[in-house]
Design a protein around this ligand. Structure first.
Ligand code: ZN
Length: 156
C-alpha cells in the first residue's frame, strides 16, 4: 500500500528509507518507481472489481513474480513447514495484493487525504471505513465542524 500511495519524490524517498529498494539492485530509477507505483495502484483498484476483472488482474500479477519454495523446521514445534520466498519486495507486494483478492478485501480512497487503503476481511477495517487513519477522520471532522461554525456565524 505504501508504494501505491507514493505521489511525490519525497514520498518515494520516504518509501526507500522505510522499506529499502523494491528490487535487488541497490538503486532504482525514478521512472521505475513511478511505473511500479502505478501498476500497484491498478492492481489494488482491481480488489473492488467483479470476479472476472479481478481474475484478469490476478493473471497479470502472477506474471510479475516467481515463488521459490522450501521446507523449514519450526524451531518451536520441530514440525516441517512450507516456506515461500520471492526475490524482491515488489514481488512480495504482488503476493499481498493476491491475498487481498482471495479474502475479498476492497480498495478505498481516504476522503481526507486520498491515500488508498484496504477494507474488509483480514484488513482490520470495516467495509464502511471512509478514512485511512484516525488522524484523517479527526481532520475531516474538524473541517466539517469549522465549516458549519462559519455558516452559523454568517447567519448572525
Ligand atoms: Zn487519509
Amino acid at each position: 500500500m505504501a508504494m501505491a500511495n507514493c505521489r511525490t519524490f519525497q514520498d518515494y524517498r520516504a518509501f526507500i528509507n522505510n522499506y529499502g529498494f523494491p528490487w535487488e539492485k541497490d538503486q532504482a530509477e525514478v521512472w521505475q518507481l513511478i511505473s511500479h507505483s502505478k501498476d500497484m495502484n491498478r492492481y489494488l483498484a482491481a480488489c473492488s472489481d467483479p470476479p472476472a476483472a479481478k481474475l484478469e488482474a490476478a493473471l497479470l500479477i502472477r506474471d510479475r513474480f516467481t515463488i521459490e519454495s522450501d521446507i523449514h523446521f519450526s524451531p518451536t514445534t520441530g514440525n516441517p513447514e512450507l516456506a515461500v520466498k520471492v526475490a524482491t519486495p515488489f514481488e512480495f507486494m504482488c503476493l499481498e495484493v493476491l491475498y487481498a483478492f482471495e479474502v475479498g478485501a476492497s480498495f478505498q480512497r481516504c476522503e481526507w487525504c486520498s491515500n488508498g487503503f484496504l477494507t474488509g476481511t483480514a484488513t482490520g477495517r470495516r467495509n464502511t471505513s471512509r478514512f485511512c487513519r484516525e488522524s484523517c477522520r479527526q481532520a475531516a471532522l474538524r473541517h466539517r465542524n469549522k465549516a458549519q461554525g462559519d455558516k452559523t456565524n454568517v447567519r448572525k
